[in-house]
Structure formats: structure tokens, C-alpha cells
Design a protein around this ligand. Sequence first.
Ligand code: TDO
Length: 181
Amino acid sequence: MTIQQTPLKDCVIVTPKVFRDSRGSFLESFNQKAFYGATELPVDFVQDNLSTSSKGVLRGLHFQTGNYAQAKLVSVLKGSVLDVCVDLRRDSKTFGEHFSIKLDDKTKTQLFVPKGFAHGFLVLEDETIFSYKCDNYYNKEAESGIIYNDPYLNINWGISESELILSEKDKQLPTFESLFK
Ligand SMILES: Cc1cn([C@H]2C[C@H](O)[C@@H](COP(=O)(O)OP(=O)(O)O[C@H]3O[C@@H](C)C(=O)[C@@H](O)[C@H]3O)O2)c(=O)[nH]c1=O
């Protein structure tokens, strides 16, 4: 496993070591001791999620509030996505800044999204399977989010609005400014 820092503190790119042989391949998708050893970030994951999406689906930008905040380790099992996270920690030097990365089933790259971040992704291929570990349980009452095309965040999703598929819930999300300014 190798770790690369991103411009956002505690948000790191994880590249698992892939062992290939005549049968196929093997990788450790998470190893708590190795992750802590390489990052010094303590995480205790309690919930694993999988979602399947068609090309053009955009899920996000989501976060849970207060004590229900979640750190996530996200990756793609099949297909590819443009993954985006936004630093919502008011005391952070990069508050309001975002980081994007393509995640796919070829590189097996993972992104660690710390607590206090919003997270979302745009699906780039049909039948993409997205996988993530969370260090806090889902709580419907604590769900919150920011609209994907927020003018302050100014995220370049690289796709025209007419091609996007969003849930009704995600179409109604508020702006960054209405939540944080
Ligand atoms: C996220 C979640 C959803 N659900 C249910 C609620 C709902 O009926 C159905 C679909 O939920 P959603 O529309 O919120 O799913 P989705 O839009 O995929 O939500 C996810 O988006 C990405 C970007 C994240 O970062 C995740 O944390 C999560 O918020 O699944 C759970 O039971 N447990 C969960 O942990």
C-alpha cells in the first residue's frame, strides 16, 4: 500500500499493492494496522456500502452532521468515477476547497475522505460498482449535503447538465453559502 497526500489535510490517496499471478490478482482492500502505520490517521470502520450506477449518475455532495459525521474509504470495484470531496472543516486552511480524482477498477486507487468533508461522485461507465467503508453508521436524520453545481465550490465535473442523472433529493440540496457563510 502506498499513500499520497492531497492538498487537503488528512485526505489521502491509497494505492493498494496488487499481487498478480496466473490465477488473477489479489489485494488487501483495507488493513487497519498498515493504514495507521502509513498515515497516523486512526479509523475504526463500522459499515461497508456498495452502490451500482449507470453512466451519468451523480451522487452527492453528501455528509452527515455533528456526532454522526463519517470518514470514508472509497473505491471502485467495477467501472470508473470522478470522485470529489470538499473540506467543510471551518478551522481548516483549505475550508471550502475540493479535491477530485478519477477512481477505477484498473488502478484500484482508493480515496480516504476524512470526517468533516462532503463527498460525491460522477459515474463514467455503465454498471459501475462503488464501494466504501464508513467509520460511523448511516443516520437519516443527520443527512445533509450541498448541491453538486454550487457556484462557490465551482467543481468541474466535465459533463453537461443535460447528461446528468440525479436523485430528487440531490436536486434539492442547498448551496455551500447557505450552510456555511
Ligand atoms: C447511504 C445509505 C443509504 N441508505 C438507504 C437510504 C435510501 O433509501 C437509499 C439510497 O440512499 P441515498 O440516495 O442517500 O444513496 P446515495 O446517494 O448513494 O448516498 C451516498 O452518496 C455518496 C456520495 C456518499 O458519500 C455516501 O455517504 C452516501 O451519502 O439507501 C441506507 O439504508 N444506508 C446508507 O448508509
